[in-house]
Design a protein around this ligand. Structure first.
Ligand code: MG
Ligand code: MG
Length: 277
């Protein structure tokens, strides 16, 4: 996959080219959000996302990953990431993480959201799953907010870890990380979801990263299924996954995969995103 990567720090015109694929990615997940319900299969969700991306003039960039043939990954309950869409039909109470990405004119977006389906017969189960989901999403916003004032990238992981630790007994997956994004969906540098030794690269205009915490209700060990893609928690605990692609530019930060640039998610944290000029 090491072809046509862009540099860690993008030029201003390159940042502008990341806007459209980000918005297409957001639109594909909006469509998934509108379609997700008990009775729908993960393959149907995949088709919904693909239609939005192709109608917008883009290409599903997960299909550019050798060996992967779908637009989204759909990971249900104890599945963490990389679940392959298929005939599995969602049932009440399911927690499903959907990861999508669009390429537009050679530039990429990457974003994930997790949905918890209502189940009137199991309110306690739904409440536990929504709690996990809320903590995971909030940890992403804390990480993005940290990026806005960070001097070095690894401050992001510290902020994510601190928020999750403050919310109770959750696990942060370490087998997978976020990443730089540009001409390739996956570029350097890695973006950790926890505190690590070393400061990471300097945060300065041109840095574009996909931040993507994966959080469990139990342990952090994972296993990969025989399909060679689907990753589950080893202990069977539940996992949620949220992701945004975020650009640092001369005037501030902008969440490329949110229609409002992240304004709503960042407002409670005192950060105001600034559009890329
Ligand atoms: Mg992703
Ligand atoms: Mg990613």
């Amino acid at each position: 996959m090491a072809f046509r990567r862009s540099g860690v720090y993008k030029m201003p015109d390159e940042l502008r080219r990341l806007v459209r694929p980000g918005l297409l990615t957001a639109a594909s997940l909006d469509a998934v959000a509108a379609a997700v319900r008990p009775g729908v299969s993960t393959l149907e969700l995949d088709a919904v996302a693909e239609t939005v991306i192709r109608d917008g003039g883009g290409e599903p960039n997960f299909m550019l990953v050798p060996g992967y043939r779908h637009t989204v990954c759909a990971s249900v309950n104890d599945e963490v990431v990389h679940g392959i869409p298929g005939p599995r039909v969602l049932v009440p109470g399911d927690l499903v993480s959907v990861d999508s990405g669009a390429q537009f004119e050679g530039w990429n977006g990457d974003s994930a959201r997790t949905f918890v389906l209502d189940d009137p017969d199991r309110p306690d189960v739904v409440a536990e799953r929504r709690r996990l989901n809320d903590v995971t999403e909030a940890s992403l916003w804390h990480g993005i907010a940290a990026l806005a004032s960070a001097s070095h990238l690894n401050e992001v992981g510290g902020a994510i870890e601190d928020h999750i630790a403050s919310q109770g007994d959750f696990g942060i997956i370490e087998d997978y990380t976020g990443h730089g994004i540009g001409r390739s969906m996956h570029e350097d540098p890695p973006v950790f979801n926890y505190r690590v030794r070393g400061r990471g690269p300097a945060v300065r205009p041109g840095l574009v990263v996909a931040i993507e915490p994966m959080v469990t209700t139990g342990g952090i060990d994972t296993l990969t299924h025989d399909d060679e893609w689907t990753v589950s928690t080893r202990d069977g605990s539940l996992a949620a996954h949220w992701e945004h692609s975020v650009a640092v530019h001369a005037d501030g930060i902008w969440v490329l995969t949110a229609h409002d640039g992240g304004a709503a998610g960042l407002a409670p944290l005192g950060v105001t995103p600034v559009p890329i000029a």
